[in-house]
Write a protein that binds this ligand. Structure first.
Ligand code: CP3
Length: 344
């Protein structure tokens, strides 16, 4: 059975598509005036995530404006702790907050009503598939257990996730229990997104880069490998992108061990190393989001270098992390034109 032709799915199947398909992490967000308008109407950030009318609207905004090759479901990785009743709040100017969890709280976690709580998000996926152009891929996502756990332990963002690293040393048993619990419910959540029409899903391990060698294996690789194993056992055709930000040399074995179809690369990954990783399979990334803020020559040079070195193999063009609120929407137009008009 072959589905409709979607370039990103082609790349995830190992094909080289030239010019490469493009989407941007955080492509629906504060740099777009239309996002800020809908956001103001929705009230709180979580209301925006849980109201399908609003979530569908902001997901489609960057597709209408730019015609990206993929839409990414509008939601957040922290809807999982929210569904676990951790009292998640997004405080303007302060980032996310929730009640910090301790050893006894981990013992009491109950995943039974998680998918019920997330039903509006799944409804958003279903509606998006109906409303998107045929050729536009739809991406679902969730956070990796380690990254989600860092917020659950600290109760807020921190510069280096020291509270979660410390907790991992002091209470290894409870911590591994938390990670495997998150791996299992997140796998169920991804399966629900795939069943509702997501062509592929991305697992965000935004804080993989703060882990030591052994912790990277235990906290980043193993839980993500377990998630992918659960998803594949039930949905063998599932396409999965794993993004372990800051993983550096650890990326050498990351794809092999997690069995992700594609790996995401942050902007610190050297292009020569990226080319080595691409020999093993599809890659995604790795333009510095600050080049999109800078625009002009800095932007063009960054784009050209990636296309030059990586455009001849399976590549999904993207940034090395999310686009920031300061980015000028005109620079995104310039970026897309440069990618699409390139002769690779
Ligand atoms: O990429 C997309 O367009 C889809 C939507 C999406 C959001 N968050 C929307 C969002 C996705 C995929 C995420 C993932 C996410 N959320 C991650 C992993 C990727 C990454 O950026 O590292 C993480 C760590 C989070 C947690 C989170 N959510 C933080 C730390 C913050 C506050 C920082 C910030 O940028 O404001 C959020 C809020 C958030 N999530 C916003 C958006 C558009 C901004 C909130 C607002 O509009 O007020």
């Amino acid at each position: 059975m072959t589905g409709p032709y979607r370039k990103i799915v082609e790349v995830l199947n190992g094909q080289t598509v030239a010019p490469p398909p493009i989407w941007l992490m955080r492509q629906a967000g504060r740099y777009l005036p239309e996002y800020r308008e809908t956001r103001a109407k929705a009230g709180s950030f979580l209301d925006l995530c849980y109201t399908p009318d609003f979530a569908v609207e902001v997901t489609l905004q960057p597709i209408r404006r730019y015609g990206f090759d993929a839409a990414i479901l509008f939601s957040d990785i922290l809807v999982i702790p929210d569904a676990l009743k951790r009292n998640v709040r997004f405080v303007q100017g302060e980032g996310p907050q929730m009640d910090p969890i301790d050893v006894s709280g981990i013992g009491k976690l109950n995943g039974e009503s998680v998918l019920d709580h997330l039903a509006p998000v799944i409804e958003t996926v279903r509606r998006l598939r109906q409303e998107l152009p045929e050729e536009t891929a739809l991406l679902g996502f969730c956070g990796a257990p380690w990254t989600v756990a860092t917020y659950m332990i600290a109760g807020h963002g921190t510069p280096d996730q020291a509270p979660a690293r410390l907790f991992g040393y002091r209470h290894i048993e409870a911590f591994e229990k938390l990670l495997s619990f998150l791996a299992e419910i997140s796998a169920e959540y991804l399966i629900a997104q795939i069943d509702a029409g997501a062509d592929a899903v991305q697992i965000f391990d935004s804080w993989a880069g703060v882990l030591g060698e052994r912790e990277f294996e235990d906290f980043a690789v193993k839980p993500v490998a377990r998630m992918i194993e659960i998803v594949r056992a039930r949905r063998p055709q599932a396409k999965i992108i794993a993004f372990a930000k800051g993983a550096g040399l650890n990326l050498l074995h990351y794809r092999q061990k997690t069995k992700a179809d594609a790996i995401g690369l942050d902007w610190s990954v050297p292009l020569s190393f990226a080319a080595e990783l691409q020999k093993e399979g599809p890659i995604q990334g790795n333009l510095d989001p600050m080049r999109v803020v800078a625009g002009g020559k800095s932007l063009d040079e960054g784009v050209d270098a990636i296309l030059d070195k990586l455009g001849h193999g399976p590549l999904i063009f993207n940034l090395g992390h999310g686009i920031t609120p300061e980015a000028d929407p005109e620079n995104v137009t310039r970026l897309i034109r440069r990618v699409r008009e390139a002769r690779t």
